[in-house]
Design a protein around this ligand. Structure first.
Ligand SMILES: Nc1ncnc2c1ncn2[C@@H]1O[C@H](COP(=O)(O)OP(=O)(O)OP(=O)(O)O)[C@@H](O)[C@H]1O
Length: 290
């Protein structure tokens, strides 16, 4: 499902003394089946954009086209309910939203609320628990008896149980250790590939944006100032610095290597694997300082 932000402007507390303009003329196209990373310094407007993707916020100017539905300042009613089913959001620390007595009930809650049968909701819960690498006996436990990482997976299962067309991730690995982070991010990537799930990731991690996304959008002071493929966005180091962003670690390492060896590699490497291959090739080909 495509999402298109057209000249979106948004002000918090509109027409009050506390009015705060958060977005200005934002244009972003999220094509169906893509994996888009939204990056930007703190306070640049990423979370505000994210909440427009499933109409939790409605633009105060411009419009957002979500699949077949157009949302603007005046949109109300049933359309919003449909959109919230189609576009699932995994917020930061989603486990804080768990509330039911058992994991099974918690995962089934959303689908039941949208009229899915008990049988189907239960089937989805069983399937998701397995897909997310949780033991089957977790279903009968209280979510509050699980580890932090397990609770996070249960909360994610609750969003996926709605069978969304688009999955929006707001710093979904905040607070996890590096291993847990990588496992969860790899899992979302697998879901993106296997289910063709359109994915939007809001992140402070340039490494994650470089590793997983096929499109990157940079937010700066409430504007979307650049969109493009990761290799183009991340090789433009001057632009990144202008927007107070650091290039991913792999690029920093590559630049160091090039400086030390006095050579320039043919292309930039966005993942550790690609970087290692690139460095090995340079070594094998005997490229060295002129
Ligand atoms: N509920 C609110 N009321 C008033 N102003 C807000 C509110 N939420 C955000 N803002 C302001 O809107 C601007 C954009 O905030 P937003 O949270 O979208 O940025 P962000 O890029 O997601 O930041 P971070 O990376 O810190 O999460 C900021 O100036 C922020 O202070």
């Amino acid at each position: 499902m495509d999402i298109l932000l057209q000249e979106v402007g948004y002000s918090y507390a509109m027409n009050t003394p506390f009015e705060k303009r958060a977005l200005h003329n934002v244009n972003i196209h999220i094509p169906s089946g893509s994996y888009t990373a939204i990056i930007g310094h703190t306070g640049s407007g990423k979370s505000t954009v994210l909440q427009h993707l499933n109409a939790l916020l409605k633009p105060t100017e411009g419009s957002v086209v979500i699949g077949e539905q157009q949302v603007d300042a005046k949109t109300k009613g049933k359309h919003l309910r449909d959109i919230r089913r189609q576009v699932g959001i995994v917020f930061q620390f989603p486990e804080q939203q768990l509330f039911d007595e058992t994991v099974l009930k918690d995962i089934m809650f959303g689908p039941l609320n949208y009229g899915v049968s008990e049988e189907e909701a239960s089937r989805r819960a069983h399937e998701l628990v397995e897909q997310l690498g949780l033991p089957a006996d977790v279903l009968e436990k209280s979510p509050f008896d699980l580890s932090g990482g397990q609770m996070r997976r249960v909360a994610i299962a609750g969003v996926l149980a709605m069978e969304p067309d688009v999955l929006v991730l707001d710093e979904p690995t905040a607070g996890l250790d590096p291993k847990g982070r990588r496992e969860i991010m790899d899992l979302f990537h697998q879901l993106h590939i296997s289910k063709g799930l359109t994915t939007v990731l809001v992140t402070h991690s340039m490494e994650d944006a470089a590793r997983y996304a096929d499109q990157v959008a940079i937010m700066h002071q409430g504007k979307c100032v650049a969109t493009g493929e990761p290799k183009d966005i991340f090789s433009n180091e001057e632009q990144l610095l202008d927007y107070r962003l650091e290039p991913p670690r792999t690029i920093r390492l590559q630049r160091k290597f090039e400086e030390k060896m006095g050579i320039k590699l043919d292309s930039i490497s966005l993942t550790e694997e690609a970087l290692a291959k690139n460095l090995a090739l340079a070594f094998l080909e005997g490229r060295e300082a002129e």
